[in-house]
Ligand binder design. Structure first.
Ligand SMILES: [Zn+2]
Length: 431
């Protein structure tokens, strides 16, 4: 009986394996009217992309690439085909935090409920053309991002490829929830640690439970000075930040550092973080150091444009983080620092973050530069340049398409019509 059962299940497994293998290896050929090459920043016309399983096996001009017999043809001859986009700063566990909802999410929603929201958000981002995300902390939902990542990787749910940071780190007084009485115990949006050794222990713990990247806050509170600058208060000391970076790097894990300006920003750069997130008021010395050390900037422009009312009230209409950030971005661009696309999506709705491109271009980037930042550049920041970020042989078949020409109208990226991840079509409105 037992052996019968075993042989039957073995046979079933064999049939399943053979049929899924056959299915997986049925080649796919995409005919691209125009195809974006992040290496040159140019569109090439009339291309063929051949896909087997989840990988690209060949790309080249129609006529120069043989379409394998029996291949499934996807006709995108009227479209512009691009590598799947990468958002290097997301919050899957935030669903419209503004208007006081941040506290409500942490106080009234279970980690399970918030994980369900994150699953829905992941699908929205994917369908908007973001096939890879670097998700920078769960905002109090502990290690739930690891489960979302694993469920996507195992094919349980649809979603982008994820690098997750789990809990993130800040100091006592360095992150919400804030403003409650000392006798009321409230949760924190990040893991609070003080001292280099406590910070090391937290990094070890986060990596142990699945963090792909460490997120650290080197600044938190801020105010506007009377002459219209940002005064942002540092959190960790240099010694603490050095401990965090050293601990992460010795485990080959990168560090993303939230920093607005000032001492906290400079300490993060000195400690050798891998990316500065936001960088609202980057001074020339900081930019030079970032260039010298190869530290990336992930600017997240759009999130500050969404609701500037509070900033304008605080400065009697004089300035806002958005306006200070615009100048900082222009300086960063002129400095030659590496800029990776990231949006901070979560406070504003998932799936709408391609709006970021408009601001990058408005503030001085060419559309090609903006596209490179959301493909090749972001892939390099994540250490995934061997698998995503361009349409080349042996990379994942993460492919998107838009109807028009994004190099002449960057807002085309807000209307992604075709999405494929790992050789599987997620959506096709171009049929
Ligand atoms: Zn963020």
């Amino acid at each position: 009986m037992m052996s019968d059962y075993i042989s039957k299940s073995f046979l079933a497994l064999l049939v399943f394996t053979v049929s899924s293998f056959a299915q997986a290896t049925k080649p796919v050929a995409i005919r691209a009217g125009r195809l974006f090459d992040p290496g040159s920043g140019r569109l090439v016309t009339d291309q063929i992309v051949i896909i087997r399983g989840e990988r690209i096996v060949e790309v080249g001009p129609a006529g120069g690439v043989a379409i394998p017999s029996g291949a499934e043809l996807i006709d995108l001859r009227q479209a512009t085909v691009l590598p799947g986009m990468i958002d290097a700063h997301t919050h899957l566990f935030l669903t419209g935090e503004s208007g006081g909802r941040y506290d409500e999410q942490l106080l009234k929603e279970s980690w399970q409920y918030r994980t369900i929201e994150a699953v829905v958000n992941a699908k929205k981002d994917l369908e908007a053309g973001f096939t890879t995300l670097r998700d920078l902390e769960t905002e109090g939902a502990m290690y739930s991002d690891v489960d979302v990542r694993n469920a996507i990787n195992r094919g349980l749910i649809p979603g982008p490829r994820l690098q997750v940071s789990t809990r993130a780190l800040s100091t006592t007084g360095g992150y919400p929830l804030e403003g409650y009485s000392p006798e009321v115990l409230v949760p924190s949006g990040v893991e609070i640690v003080d001292s280099p050794w406590a910070a090391r222990q937290a990094v070890r713990e986060q990596i142990k439970y699945g963090a792909d990247v460490i997120k650290v806050y080197s600044t938190h509170r801020f105010r506007f000075t009377p002459d219209g600058h940002l005064d942002s208060v540092p959190t960790f000391t240099l010694e603490e930040l050095q401990a965090i970076v050293d601990e992460a790097h010795r485990q080959h894990v990168k560090v993303a550092c939230h920093a607005y300006s000032g001492v906290g920003l400079r300490n993060g750069i000195e400690a050798g973080v891998d990316s500065v997130e936001h960088g609202l008021e980057l001074d020339d010395t900081s930019l030079q150091e970032m260039v010298r050390k190869g530290i990336y900037l992930v600017p997240t422009l759009y999130v500050y444009e969404v609701e500037p009312e509070g900033d304008l009230r605080a400065t009697e209409g004089k300035t806002s983080r958005a306006r200070i950030h615009e100048e900082s971005f222009r300086r960063a661009l002129a400095s030659g620092v590496k800029i990776a696309f990231g949006t901070d999506v979560g406070p504003f709705p998932h799936g709408t973050q391609a709006k970021e491109f408009e601001y990058m271009v408005r503030f001085g980037m060419t559309p090609a530069q903006a596209l490179c930042s959301a493909t090749q550049r972001a892939a390099e920041l994540m250490g995934w340049q061997d698998r995503v970020g361009s349409l080349e042989r042996s990379k994942f078949a993460d492919v998107i398409a838009v109807s028009g020409d994004p190099l002449s109208d960057i807002t085309e990226l807000e209307r992604v019509k075709f999405v494929m991840k790992g050789g599987v079509v997620v959506k096709n409105d171009l049929k």
